[in-house]
Design a protein. Structure first.
Length: 168
């Protein structure tokens, strides 16, 4: 959900199976709450970072198929949360630790969890997605946040944007 939908870690930990809907070949995740640690305890906040963070996030195929399967498995087990802990949603720090341990068993380099959302957002912009839509799907309070943090033009982008030099 972070890599292919741009959710924040606190939002991904707060997704319930019932928050994931099927829309054709796509999965749509309803972002309505967050999970944080406060005083050493996992706390569900029935609010998001900003009002703009309440949103429906589309997850494209083929990743949607896997997410829908995981939703169905969680639902069949009676899990209340997609990332189920012992008595509620899983601790976001524990999710990061599990993620890091998984990478240590793989033959490729670890990608920091915080980079998943950043990579998703940067890739959307690079693929030509409308900036206003990118801002909305990532739950940014304003387009300025999207531009300031995620617009990373390459040298090729700069060259393409400049007028051609006059013939010598």
């Amino acid at each position: 959900m972070m890599a292919f939908g741009g959710l924040r870690r606190s939002e991904a930990c707060a997704v319930r199976p019932s928050d994931i809907q099927e829309d054709g070949l796509w999965a749509v995740v309803q972002v309505r709450r967050t999970v944080v640690k406060a005083g050493g305890r996992v706390v569900v906040r029935e609010a998001t970072k900003t009002d703009e963070s309440v949103r429906d996030v589309p997850i494209p195929p083929p990743w949607s198929s896997r997410l829908l399967l995981l939703r169905d498995e969680a639902d069949a087990r009676g899990d209340t949360w997609m990332l189920q802990g012992t008595d509620g949603p899983r601790d976001p720090d524990a999710v990061s630790s599990i993620y890091g341990r998984w990478f240590s068993t793989q033959p490729f380099s670890r990608i920091p969890m915080r980079n998943l959302r950043n990579s998703y957002t940067t890739a959307m912009i690079a693929r030509g997605a409308d900036s206003a839509m990118v801002s909305k799907v990532t739950g940014h309070a304003s387009m300025d946040v999207t531009y300031r943090n995620y617009l990373r033009p390459s040298a090729e982008d700069f060259i393409a944007a400049l007028p051609s030099p006059p013939d010598a």
